[in-house]
Design a protein around this ligand. Structure first.
Ligand code: P6P
Length: 334
């Protein structure tokens, strides 16, 4: 590794030295998560060569059929994080209830939440997918950790990130001092710092939404997208491009890299659900990353990070990305 290349370990140690935001137990947690993502990446890249494609017979708490890789990724994260003494418990999209660290291991002060493999509908068609994670601190006054300890607003996170399994395997991380990206150097087997102080442009000409749901959208979203489609002849007086990868990790990575606005809004298909995406382990970590990179993230009405959760797997409407576009969509909701 050329001397100029900074490893994830060195970055975390220097962040602690400079900002005091990564105490040793949190550094251990982040390094274990990164190592888990390396393992998941190896399974993902096997594709049809490994017995990892296709679906299982089971469904997750969301009622979605679980892909084999969903289960594999979940088990990798559980097994890697159980013994270290840094966690009190974990929560996952793939598990109905929290996973408390077994008594045979010491318990730590952190809570780890994750979507072990987001975008799993793309696994079998070789499109980028990813792991999303969020770290909270266990409330000090609770002796035995319970699900209620997890129900903290996103503004309480101490770390958040994702790993995107695409042409490159890239880990993207924030601990509250901006966003850094680490690309997996497969020859070294280590994540290497490739982008620091990531910034999302405040303006964009690219929006991301599943257009097939247009007839189900609420008026503010329909107005915003119609104005984008009207291009230079419309009120925006500029043309827009559209992208929708149907992997939140891949869409957010593009936005962190070149700007854009991502929307998965409430729609009339399931009016009792506030949205499709999950607050605790999808919207919260992604929203913090976007804000740390100078972007914005709301549910149309309020800042996502200020939402006080009342259920572990609750859903939320998500509008995030370039600040001026998110502000405009939110303004249309007012
Ligand atoms: P749709 C993947 O299943 C996911 O949770 C997100 O990663 C993605 O943005 C969204 O759902 C895609 O949903 O309805 O377009 O397939």
């Amino acid at each position: 590794m050329p001397a100029s290349r900074v490893s994830l370990t060195r970055y975390l140690i220097e962040q602690e030295r400079d900002h005091g935001t990564i105490p040793p137990q949190l550094r251990l947690l982040l390094e274990v998560v990164a190592r888990s993502c390396k393992g998941i990446s190896l399974s993902v890249t096997k594709g049809a060569l490994g017995d990892i494609l296709g679906a299982t017979e089971s469904e997750n708490v969301q009622g979605e059929v679980q892909k084999k890789l969903d289960i594999i990724a979940n088990e990798v994260l559980i097994e890697a994080n159980e013994w270290g003494g840094h966690l009190a418990a974990m929560a996952s999209e793939e598990m109905d209830s929290i996973h408390v660290i077994p008594n045979r291991y010491p318990q730590g002060e952190y809570l780890l939440l994750f979507d072990p493999l987001d975008g799993s509908s793309n696994i079998d068609v070789n499109v980028s997918i990813g792991t999303i994670f969020s770290v909270l601190k266990k409330p000090t006054n609770s002796p035995a950790v319970t699900e209620a300890d997890f129900l903290q607003a996103g503004n309480q996170q101490v770390a958040a990130g994702y790993c995107v399994y695409g042409p490159q395997t890239t880990l993207v991380l924030t601990v509250g001092n901006g966003v850094a990206m680490f690309t997996l150097d497969r020859e070294q087997g280590s994540f290497v710092l490739t982008h620091e102080n990531v910034k999302v442009p405040e303006d964009t000409q690219e929006f991301a939404i599943n257009m097939s749901n247009m007839r189900h959208w609420d008026t503010p979203v329909k107005r915003y997208v119609d104005e984008c489609l009207a291009g230079t002849e419309g009120p925006r007086e500029k043309n827009f491009n559209m992208r929708w990868i149907a992997s939140m990790v891949a869409d957010v990575h593009r936005i962190l890299t070149r700007g854009g606005v991502f929307m998965y809004p409430w729609d009339k298909r399931e009016p009792n659900k506030p949205g499709k995406l999950r607050l605790m382990y999808e919207a919260n970590p992604m929203s913090w990353l976007i804000e740390q990179a100078g972007g914005a993230a709301t549910n149309g009405k309020q800042r996502i990070l200020d939402i006080k959760p009342d259920a572990l797997h609750q859903r939320v409407s998500v509008i995030l990305g370039s600040k001026n576009e998110v502000d405009r969509v939110t303004e249309y909701h007012a």
